[in-house]
Each structure stands twice: as C-alpha cells, then as structure tokens.
Ligand binder design. Structure first.
Ligand code: SDX
Length: 428
C-alpha cells in the first residue's frame, strides 16, 4: 500500500501521509490540510470517520466484535482480573505486580474521605434530582476542595490527582444513592477491597452490620471491568476535550459524567429497563415495540441495540448476558424482564431491519437486569456505568496530557447569513 493519500481539488493535487496503527488500521493524517489547501477543512458530523488522537489504551474492532485494554482481551480480563488491576492497567499501561497493586490501593484508600462541606451541596439537592446530575455536580465540586489537583503538569502531581478521584468518587456514588434512599451518609471500611467497600457504602443499613455477598461483589467487579474503557466514545472524547484546555481532572470527569448521562450513550442502561418494564406492562408484546423501533415516524428506538462502532455483537453484551443468567440464578431471582429481553433479542436478530443495519445488543442491553437483581435502583444504573468508566476516563485524560496534545478546537462549515448592515429597531 502507498504511504500517502492524494486529494485533488480544482486540478491541484495535495499529498497527505498515511499512518498505520499497531492493529493495521490506516488513517489519513490531514493535520496540515488547511495550510496546504489555503483554508479547506473537512466536515464529518458526529465524527463517524474522524480520528481525534493516537491512543495506546483500548483497541476495538467493530466488525469482528473485538475489545482489548492495553492488548489484553476483555474476555480474559473479565474472567481473571479484578477491577483495581484493570484500572491500574488502563491508567499506567501494564498489569500491576502485587506490590504495585497494593500500593495503588493503599494510596487510594488514603484519599477515600471527602470534605464534610460536600454534604451541604448534596443536601441542597431535592430527592427527585437525577443521580447523574448530582454526581456530576459533586465531582466538579471536588475541585473546590482540592485546588492543588487542578494545574497538574508533572506525572507525580497527576498521580496524586488520580488516587484522589479514585478514592473519593465511590464515596460520591454511594452518597448520591443514599441521599435518594433517605439513608444517613456513611463511609465504608478501609480494610475492605475496592468493590466490597463500594457495596458496603451504598447498601449498609444504619442499624445493622453489612454482610458481604460474594455473588454481588463478583458481579459488580465484572460489570465495572466491562465498562472501564471504550476508546473515543462520546463521554471519553468529552473528558479529553475538556482536559485539553487544562481545566483539571475533576472538571474533565464531571463533564464526562454529563455526556454519559444521555440516553443515546450511558443513559441507555436505564432506558432499556424502562423499555422492558413498559413491554412487560403491555403484556409482553415485543412485536409492537419492534414495529415502533422500525417506524421512521416513531421516535422510539430499541434501547440497548445498535452501536456507532460495533457492527457485530458487542463482546461485553455477550459476557453480561451470560452473567445475568448466573447472577439471577445465584441470587435465586426469577425476573421475567430477562426473558422479555432475550425474546426481543431473538426477534431483532432475525428481523431484516436490524440485520441490514447491523444492529446488535450493546453493553447496555443486559447490564440493567443485573443491577436490578443486585437491588440497585434504575436511575442509579448510569451512575454505576460512570463508576466503571472512571479509570478509562482517567487513563485517556492522562494520555492526552502526557502527549501534550493541543487544545481541542474543531472547525465548521458556516452556512449562516452573509454580511448585512445593522437595522434600527423601528425599521425591522
Ligand atoms: C454506549 O461509543 C461507544 O463506545 C459507547 C459505549 C461505550 O462503552 O462508551 O459503547 C456505550 O453508549 C452504547 C450505546 C447505547 N445507546 C443505545 O442503546 C441507544 C439506542 N441506540 C441508538 O440510538 C444508536 O444505535 C446509537 C446512538 C448507539 C448509534 O447511533 P449511530 O451510530 O449514529 O447510528 P444511526 O443513528 O445513524 O443509525 C443508523 C440506522 C438508522 O436508520 P436509517 O436512517 O439508516 O434507516 O440504524 C437505525 C437508525 O434509525 N438505528 C436504530 C437503532 N439504532 C440505530 N433503529 C432502532 N433502534 C435502534 N436502537
């Protein structure tokens, strides 16, 4: 293959270098397109064809349904690693030794207390507030209580900011949940593992000892691993672009939380459960909802289906679907919603509308069924997605800063009014 691309405009030829990645993906590097062509840009709504960066963190192949974190397959990591190991791998590039893992956890636990004044911010929210809005606000507020974590340039200062948010974020997640449940805000126990501590902080009742359930611990650990990173998705791109202005790690993560909230992105896991509940209430009539999803005049979409990159099964969906059966079985839960989901999947995989558009179940289609089985309220599902995605956001922010990437500032095609004189109000 040639090592350059040629663009011809008005009989003038311009050459651009081709770059090949370690997985043999090829890109056209158009970094100097405007300077070479005297101001011509590209247009690519939704960035469907545009790479924003070079990254060494996560690789996915949408056609083959492959997902790897730093070269390790998601299947192996979900089976053999724990969430803290995967967080270390994503952020620092290698699976940790036992000593590295223990030090990482010790440093995180040393930062697992938040300023008491944060409770005043939380208390100001109505119980009806959506947890993602609360979490985004509290995460942004961390900046106010940890100003030294904003203008970080050295790897040492980045590390300090990283362990701070890895330690404090689970507290904010738990307090966001407890606020809506009317439960007193509580801390966990530094003697526990990372995931065990999350569960205790979320579910401990004030008048009884919290008893760990290994099924829940293992299920959450696996779900957090599966959600940990996904290359340049909407919320990660948000974290990178906000971080590129050097706004600081906590502000960048807060912006990522807001992007993830949308029902087309991480908010889909909540929308899937609401859709399945509606189908159940409607007598389980999946055919009616399939028809709605295919009707161009109906805004309804089959939530949890389709993906910008995967045009095959989302490998995470395969793992989560299997885990859903196992977890509900281990918990002794018969949830008809799972059967409705499986029925919907079977129908869609045979329907030409979905087959022709390569619409398969994505990570959000089955995850909510497990969260529900674990006793997590539906409007907290996307918060759990954010907890899993935190190390991925951190890793991508750190890579962007260490690579000294320029501030993100896309161009546009202006299609508005051309120059015109001001009109006095009485002449309009
Ligand atoms: C996540 O990017 C990531 O990696 C995200 C994520 C991560 O880990 O970070 O994987 C997490 O966000 C998963 C996606 C969760 N969202 C949903 O489940 C919401 C439902 N899905 C869709 O809205 C949609 O599939 C998207 C948003 C996920 C992808 O949208 P695209 O790539 O912009 O595709 P599109 O909207 O252009 O759709 C192409 C065609 C259209 O039909 P035509 O115009 O060609 O006739 O497929 C149709 C769409 O109408 N279509 C659907 C559909 N998804 C796409 N039709 C019905 N139901 C759907 N779910």
């Amino acid at each position: 293959m040639s090592d350059k691309a040629i663009l011809e405009i008005n009989a003038q030829k311009y050459e651009f270098p081709l770059k090949t990645g370690t997985e043999n993906e090829v890109v056209v590097d158009i970094s100097n397109l405007r300077s070479l062509t005297g101001g011509i840009s590209t247009l690519d709504s939704g960035f469907k064809n545009t790479g924003s960066c070079e990254s060494a963190i996560t690789f996915l192949d949408g056609e083959k349904g492959i997902l790897r974190y730093r070269g390790y397959s998601i299947e192996e990591l979900a089976e053999k690693a724990d969430f803290l190991e995967v967080a270390f791998l994503l952020i620092f590039g290698e699976l940790p030794t036992r000593e590295q893992r223990d030090k990482f956890h010790t440093d995180i636990k040393a930062q697992s207390v938040v300023d008491e004044d944060l409770k005043k911010i939380l208390e100001a929210f109505p119980k009806s507030a959506h947890p993602m809005g609360v979490l985004s606000s509290l995460t942004s507020a961390l900046t106010a209580f940890n100003p030294s974590s904003v203008n970080v340039n050295s790897e040492e200062d980045m590390y300090k900011a990283i362990v701070k948010i890895m330690g404090k974020f689970p507290v904010l997640v738990a307090w966001t949940h407890r606020k809506k449940q009317g439960l007193p805000l509580d801390y966990g126990d530094k003697s526990l593992g990372y995931v065990e501590n999350v569960l205790k902080m979320m579910f401990r009742q004030p008048n009884e000892e919290y008893v760990q359930n290994k099924v829940l611990v293992d299920a959450l650990d696996k779900l957090l691993i599966l959600h940990a990173d996904h290359e340049q998705n909407c919320s990660t791109s948000t974290v990178r672009i906000v971080g590129s202005s050097h706004a600081g790690l906590f502000a960048s993560i807060s912006a990522g939380i807001s992007a993830l909230w949308g029902p087309l992105h991480g908010g889909a896991n909540q929308a899937v459960l609401e859709m399945l509940e509606a189908i159940k209430l409607d007598g389980g009539d999946t055919k009616k909802y399939m028809a709605k999803a295919k009707d161009k005049d109906d805004p309804f979409r089959l939530m949890g289906f389709g993906h910008r990159v995967y045009k095959n099964f989302d490998p995470r969906a395969r793992i989560i679907k299997k885990a859903a059966d196992e977890v509900l079985d281990d918990l002794g839960i018969e949830d008809p919603i799972l059967d409705i989901a499986k029925g919907l999947e079977q129908e869609a995989l045979k329907d030409s509308y979905f087959v022709d558009r390569k619409l398969y179940p994505n990570v959000d289609f089955y995850s909510g069924i497990i969260y529900r089985g674990m006793g997590i309220p539906t409007d907290m599902f996307t918060v759990m997605f954010a907890l899993g995605r935190l190390p991925g956001w951190i890793a991508q922010w750190r890579e962007m800063r260490l690579n000294k990437e320029p501030i993100g500032r896309p161009r546009q095609l202006y299609v508005g009014a051309t120059e015109r004189p001001f009109l006095e109000i009485d002449k309009r």
